[in-house]
Ligand binder design. Structure first.
Ligand code: NDP
Length: 282
């Protein structure tokens, strides 16, 4: 029996989108320019194509404009950089994102650095990474921002709490850890070389799991009343599941995110938010 409050990521994401929709409606009413997100997809990876389609759909739903460029898998790095530069120079484009992963012959770091930091909707550019680390105004990556927003929406205190982040990727684990620290959490980061993860999670008030290993966090690894934020997306027997064993964790946690319907919907909502912010900062 689940005791935990199940954090409704879909509802929070909808709230974020509604806020953006309202802001765009008032721009329309004032005959102002409408924000625009440009998305570049290289190749024909089916999962990436679905992600891109969902992002375009989300733009349309809030009234945001979007532009899409689909390049063949054998596109040269130079052609991709040219496409980015075209959007960098386009006054009507506010946010730019290049869907990852890229084909192997393209240097993803070089591509990330080619996006103008002021249009960096995914916030992977080293300037934005550095500025946010320094606690200065910057764009912040979508999934980690979504995690923090969920905690805030449910009134879950971060300051002074023991936070454990499992996973240290540049796109999720590290930025989530930084954001929790910036909010005065006491943060421990665990990873594949951490010998006994339960030793840390058992004392944690907030656990963020971003590993990509189905059901790795079990109920007997957490303490009563904690919060579990599950970023993982795994497919087991054709069904989506997260990195935590939902049933056993929900028995002990006070708050928990489901997969699907937890962090996932927040990622696109925060992408729209970043694009809106890029527009407003112009
Ligand atoms: P990465 O593969 O880049 O990073 C995984 C991290 O988990 C690494 O730091 C790795 O450690 C660590 N790890 C691997 N195995 C273990 C283990 N046995 N014990 C502890 N730590 C381990 O993944 P991402 O950060 O990109 O994504 C993580 C998960 O989140 C995936 O399931 C992904 O699909 C999902 N995701 C979901 C999003 C959403 O919108 N909901 C957005 C982005 C990702 P080390 O550094 O030592 O190798």
């Amino acid at each position: 029996m689940a005791n935990a409050v199940i954090i409704d990521g879909k509802a929070v994401a909808q709230k974020v989108r509604n806020g953006i929709k309202e802001r765009i409606e008032s721009l329309k009413a004032a005959n102002k320019r409408i924000p625009c997100l440009a998305v570049i997809l290289v190749g024909n990876d089916p999962a990436s194509a679905v992600y891109v389609r969902n992002k375009m759909k989300a733009c349309a739903e809030v009234g945001m404009l979007s532009e899409q460029v689909i390049l063949p898998a054998d596109t040269s790095e130079e052609t991709l950089l040219d496409a980015i530069n075209k959007f960098n120079c386009d006054e009507n484009v506010d946010g730019i994102l290049v869907q990852l992963p890229l084909p192997r012959h393209i240097d993803a770091q070089k591509v990330t650095k080619a996006i103008l930091p002021s249009k960096d909707a995914d916030a992977f550019h080293p300037l934005n990474v550095g500025l946010s680390r320094l606690g200065e105004p910057a764009f912040t990556p979508c999934t980690p921002s979504g995690v923090i927003r969920l905690l805030d929406e449910y009134g879950i205190e971060i300051s002074g709490k023991r936070c454990v982040v499992i996973g240290r990727s540049n796109i999720v684990g590290k930025p989530v850890a930084d954001m929790l620290l910036a909010r005065n959490g006491t943060v421990t980061v665990c990873h594949s070389k951490t010998p006994d993860i339960a030793e840390y999670t058992k004392n944690a008030d907030i656990i963020v799991v971003a590993v990509g290993r189905a059901k790795m966090l079990k109920g007997d690894m957490i303490k009563d009343g904690c919060t579990v934020i599950d970023v993982g997306i795994n497919r087991v027997d054709g069904k989506l599941c997260g990195d935590c064993d939902f049933d056993s964790c929900a028995e002990k946690a006070a708050y928990i995110t489901p997969v699907p319907g937890g962090v996932g919907p927040m990622t696109i909502a925060m992408l729209l938010e970043n694009t809106m912010r890029a527009y407003e900062l112009k």
